[in-house]
Design a protein around this ligand. Structure first.
Ligand SMILES: Nc1ncnc2c1ncn2[C@@H]1O[C@H](COP(=O)(O)OP(=O)(O)OP(=O)(O)O)[C@@H](O)[C@H]1O
Length: 306
């Protein structure tokens, strides 16, 4: 019988058996969100920017996909198009096999900025989507309280958003989005305004809620550790134009805790992401984005300082 090497694989492409099995189970599930050959071109002042080019991906039911990439690779544009807040220039998006145009209740959204209604109590914020969908006030309140319980904030049901910390407000925003029962939850850097410690707690909260819910998540982030910690798969975009550079299947088992961040698999994945994302020198990217204007502007500033 072959002896097994106990050393964990340091190659990010090697999935430990339990992770490979889990990934196979995910891929066997139906595709909830399908992105087909998506492209987006902006035209401004006679200048054309190809923000996204030929982006395709299929996100399976209850899968957690993170999107990372250098500044300007089109992460925000992608999530805005997925949410229906921006039109694509080419390609299409399907939810459960049906093409979607514009926003819809099938896609919930959590933004970086706190977006709770400041004049509504925490409970009434969560009730909002439920009432909009036609549920009675009593039923909306009952379901909202269940969500508040799920995120551990039922004690704050009658508080106003400004009485809560930033992390608590984002938990309420997640509950509000989930209460409306979307098929996909789109999250655009939802924790980037939080301090480091709160952020880590929020990541654990989110994984906890996700485990208990039939929800498919697409999560945009700048933070590579966050992407590895949360995702089943990571979509890495490159900039100018925004294209898919690589899709990484995260070689980490679930359930995950912060300790996993020191595992060889985590570090190998991080090293790969660093190599992909920081390969493009910042000044080259900037020169491409701003053209020849960059140099005179810098010279001018130096002149003033001297
Ligand atoms: N409304 C717009 N009009 C013109 N160009 C735009 C517009 N929105 C985005 N862009 C351009 O599209 C490209 C992608 O921008 P986007 O903000 O989606 O990238 P990003 O990856 O989210 O960047 P960051 O990480 O810095 O937030 C950039 O070159 C940007 O300048």
């Amino acid at each position: 019988m072959a002896t097994h090497d106990q050393t964990p694989p340091a190659d990010y492409r090697v999935l430990p058996p339990e992770v490979a099995e889990r990934m196979a189970r995910i891929k066997a599930r139906e595709v909830v969100l399908q992105v087909e050959n998506l492209g987006k071109t902006f035209s401004r002042h006679g200048q054309t920017t190809v923000a996204l080019e030929d982006i395709s991906m299929g996100v399976h039911r209850r899968e957690f996909v993170c999107v990372v990439g250098p500044s300007g690779c089109g992460k925000s544009t992608l999530v805005r198009i997925l949410a229906g807040l921006e039109d694509a220039s080419s390609g299409r998006i399907l939810v459960d096999g049906t093409p979607v145009n514009g926003p819809g209740p099938d896609r919930g959204m959590v933004f970086q900025k706190y977006t709770l209604f400041p004049w509504r109590s925490v409970c009434r914020n969560v009730m909002f989507g439920l009432e909009m969908s036609g549920l009675s006030k009593d039923e909306s309140r009952r379901q909202a309280m269940q969500w508040l319980q799920a995120i551990g904030l039922e004690r704050f049901a009658d508080a106003l958003p400004h009485q809560l910390s930033g992390g608590m407000q984002q938990r309420v925003a997640i509950a509000r989005a989930l209460a409306a029962q979307p098929r996909v939850l789109l999250m655009d850097e939802p924790f980037s305004a939080l301090d480091a410690r709160t952020r880590v707690r929020m990541q654990s909260h989110l994984l906890d809620i996700w485990r208990k819910t039939d929800i498919t998540i697409v999560f945009i982030t700048h933070d590579l550790d966050e992407a590895i910690y949360l995702a089943d798969r990571i979509l890495v975009l490159k900039a100018h134009p925004g294209r898919v550079e690589e899709v990484i299947e995260v070689p980490l088992p679930r359930k995950r805790g912060p300790d996993i961040m020191t595992s060889p698999e985590f570090l190998a994945t991080r090293a790969r992401l660093e190599a992909l994302i920081h390969a493009e020198p910042e000044d080259e990217a900037a020169a491409e984005e701003f053209g020849d204007d960059t140099i005179p502007l810098l010279t001018l500033v130096t002149d003033v300082v001297e």
